[in-house]
Ligand binder design. Structure first.
Ligand code: NAD
Length: 273
């Protein structure tokens, strides 16, 4: 279904670790729609991921950068503009990590050094990235910046733990920076709030399967998968969504506005009636 709607556009895609990564699907779709992209990931991904294989498959340059390091981001952005031959039309921030979640530390006993790292990698990095793009004047007019988030920023999902705070920060930065970038250069900034998706980061959350199945049975359209998220990203990078900015956009098959589904009602039916 490629229509070349990103033909001639240039962008950076963060976070394609392996085939399951949402960013992997986004990179593939952007490529199919005619965009030129640079892939990036944390230096450690060179050891534990398959980003290199995707770069070869798409013929895309791969520049490693740790999102907590300003100098890495500066190098990434300047090199990307140079390699792609001009300013950027879109950037996808698809980055998240929490050691407290990974080590299954209970929310009421969080380790604050880990928490600091979580907020830095998963939230503050969005600001750091946009500051670097801004200072290098690396975005083209009417460009589009997207970050990925989860509904735990609005509602409590106990096992999502401190990542809820990180996503809150991410969504707030999208609004605040979106204001300034809109005024400054007509650049739009949005977050996509995605359904639970079977990826490395997703599956790290305790009880992920229950999470996934619950959301699926609550959503009239079912859970949105990584491929459909990629299609949504493409639409946000295209010229058809130029006036959408500072939004948290739910891409969740209707989950966020469903109170109860018939499937769940069945489970709680009064057996006496
Ligand atoms: N999987 C889900 O259920 C789900 C749902 C909603 C939102 N999201 C969000 O989608 C985004 C992508 O996650 P995913 O599910 O595709 O998992 P993933 O594990 O494939 O991607 C996470 C990426 O973050 C990168 N990363 C971690 N630390 C980094 C650092 N210091 N510098 C640079 N990169 C770093 C990892 O290398 C990896 O590529 C995340 O923001 C995640 O929170 C995921």
């Amino acid at each position: 279904m490629a229509n070349q709607i990103l033909k001639g556009k240039r962008g950076i895609i963060f976070g394609a670790l392996n085939e399951n990564s949402i960013a992997w699907q986004v990179a593939s779709r952007c490529h199919a729609e005619g965009a030129s992209i640079v892939l990036t990931n944390a230096p450690v991904a060179a050891r534990v991921g398959q980003t290199e294989a995707l770069a070869q498959q798409l013929g895309a340059p791969l520049i490693y950068a740790d999102v907590t390091k300003m100098e890495d981001l500066e190098n990434l952005v300047s090199q990307s503009v140079e390699k792609l031959g001009g300013p950027l039309d879109f950037v996808l921030h698809s980055v998240g990590m929490s050691l407290n979640v990974r080590k299954k530390i209970p929310y009421t006993e969080l380790n604050y050094e880990y928490m600091h790292q979580t907020l830095d990698i998963s939230g503050m990095s969005f600001h750091r990235l946009m500051q670097v793009l801004w200072k290098q004047d690396a975005m083209a007019e009417w460009g589009s910046i997207v970050g990925l988030t989860y509904i735990a920023a609005q509602r409590v999902f106990p096992d999502y733990s401190e990542m809820a705070e990180a996503k809150n920060l991410l969504e707030s930065i999208a609004r605040s920076f979106g204001y300034h970038y809109g005024k400054h250069k007509k650049v739009r900034v949005n977050t996509i709030s995605q359904s639970p998706t079977k990826t490395t980061a997703g599956s790290g959350v305790g009880g992920f399967d229950a999470f996934f199945n619950y959301a699926d049975s609550m959503s009239p359209l079912g859970n949105a998968d990584a491929e459909s998220c990629a299609n949504y990203c493409v639409s946000l990078f295209s010229d058809y969504t130029r006036m959408v900015t500072m939004q948290n956009l739910f891409h969740d098959g209707g989950f966020s506005f469903t109170g109860i589904s018939q499937e769940l009602m069945e489970n709680f039916k009064d057996t006496n009636s």
